[in-house]
Design a protein around this ligand. Structure first.
Ligand code: KG4
Ligand code: ZN
Length: 387
């Protein structure tokens, strides 16, 4: 099955074309084309994602990204197409909210032959609704002109699926369905949650953050220390340096909710504790910045690991996977890999952050089940939640 996947939930515009072949419990996925434009440079100035600008950038990026993805997959064939007037009208209405999008889409589509694609998968939540709508309307437009069925994908299921992928050869991955019960820790800029997969694709949320997401806490702490956006990788780099130097750390930070009886998290108190410590000092020296980064990372990751172990024990799970942008954190990876008697998997490095490949993989399994969506039924759902 060949799938076109579209992701616009936050600050990356991504389109991928992949082919999935299922054999028993293992599926092989080949990435035929994949293009991603990150808007980090646009949002850096604001220290975070600015929804109106994200939406505009998605609208400008989608047609060129689709073209380059098809080109890479050898599915781009120039050929004049005559569209029914009614279809042209429908497309114009569908894409009217994004200035310039219907013009550029029509210019592209009337010069391009329909590629061999079996489904169009698109993220419909969670995320920034204005940003999600751009991708959704674009997917509906493609589905309409090329008559390809739509699959609506949950972004968090995408992160979960990417955590189960193993690289097999260049641009190919395999996914073997894990034994259940399986636990997934999803950690990103907007989410921190523990998901129980009771059976294949049967999810139950068993824990989540009550305030900030862990990636958000990394970003905010980085900002307090004057580090560039997104701060997660930068804080991790400085923390690593301090750990290597094995200095005594003068900063003791709290580990909120570490002993609470539930599987929930809280990171806003930790963030505030960092703020107070910085205020006390007025300015941090370079060494103190590294020490603070390390102390923060130790606390944040310490809580994630403790709650994850608790979830594994509570549900008798033998397998664990970790997805989302923060799954790239090496300290988290190293610490979780030490858990005994549990197999732990992380996404391939290039698929830790937002991407369209993971949306295609999640869409593949929905399509296999015949779980297609009508265009009218796909609505951007900012607060969409697995289970
Ligand atoms: O999944 P993602 O790319 O986007 C969202 O859906 O939010 O996650 C982005 C988050 C950001 O907060 C970023 O700072 C964090 O992941 N992040 C990290 C690391 N790499 C990315 N946090 C800690 N350590 C890292 N190495
Ligand atoms: Zn994400």
């Amino acid at each position: 099955m060949k799938l076109l996947a579209i992701e616009t939930s936050c600050d990356e515009t991504a389109v991928a074309l992949l082919e999935g072949n299922e054999q028993g419990d293992t599926t092989s996925f080949s990435v035929l084309g994949n293009t991603l434009i990150s808007q980090i440079d646009i949002h850096r100035e604001y220290g975070g994602v600015f929804p109106a600008m994200a939406k505009r950038a998605h609208a400008q990026n989608l047609v060129p990204i689709l073209a380059s993805t098809l080109e890479e997959a050898n599915e781009m064939h120039e050929e004049k197409q005559v569209l029914d007037e009614s279809i042209t009208k429908e497309l114009e209405t569908l894409l009217s909210r994004e200035p310039g999008l219907s013009e550029s889409f029509l210019a592209f589509i009337t010069e391009t032959r329909r590629p061999q694609i079996d489904a169009v998968c698109v993220t419909y939540g969670p995320g920034l609704e204005p940003a999600l709508w751009v991708g959704i309307n674009f997917a509906k437009a493609i589905s309409l002109v090329w008559n390809i069925p739509l699959v609506a994908v949950d972004h968090m299921e995408g992160h979960h699926m990417s955590s189960l992928l193993t690289p097999s050869s260049e641009r190919s991955y395999t996914l073997t369905k894990p034994n259940t019960p399986h636990i997934t820790l999803l950690v990103s800029g907007g989410h921190t949650e523990l998901i129980l997969m009771k059976a294949w694709r049967e999810y139950e949320k068993i824990g989540e953050t009550r305030d900030d997401a862990v990636g958000e806490a990394f970003d905010k702490v980085a900002r307090m220390m004057g580090l560039p956006y997104p701060g997660g990788p930068e804080v991790a780099r400085l923390a690593h340096k301090d750990r290597e130097d094995a200095r005594t750390n003068p900063f003791t930070l709290p580990r909120p909710m570490i002993d609470s009886p539930d599987l929930d998290f809280s990171f806003s108190g930790l963030k505030t504790a960092v703020l107070y410590k910085i205020k006390e000092k007025e300015t941090l020296t370079d060494v103190e910045t590294e020490q603070m980064a390390r102390s923060f990372e130790d606390s944040a990751i310490g809580v994630l690991v403790k709650k994850t172990e608790k979830a594994l024990n509570q549900f008798g799970a033998q397998s664990l996977s970790v997805g989302g942008g923060v799954s790239a954190n090496e300290h988290l990876q190293r610490t979780l890999a030490e858990i005994q008697d549990v197999s732990v998997s992380f996404p391939p490095r290039e698929l830790t952050g937002d991407n369209a490949v993971m949306i295609g993989v999640a869409g593949f399994y929905k399509a296999l089940e015949g779980n297609f969506a009508t265009p009218e039924s796909i609505v951007a759902t900012g607060t969409l939640s697995l289970s």
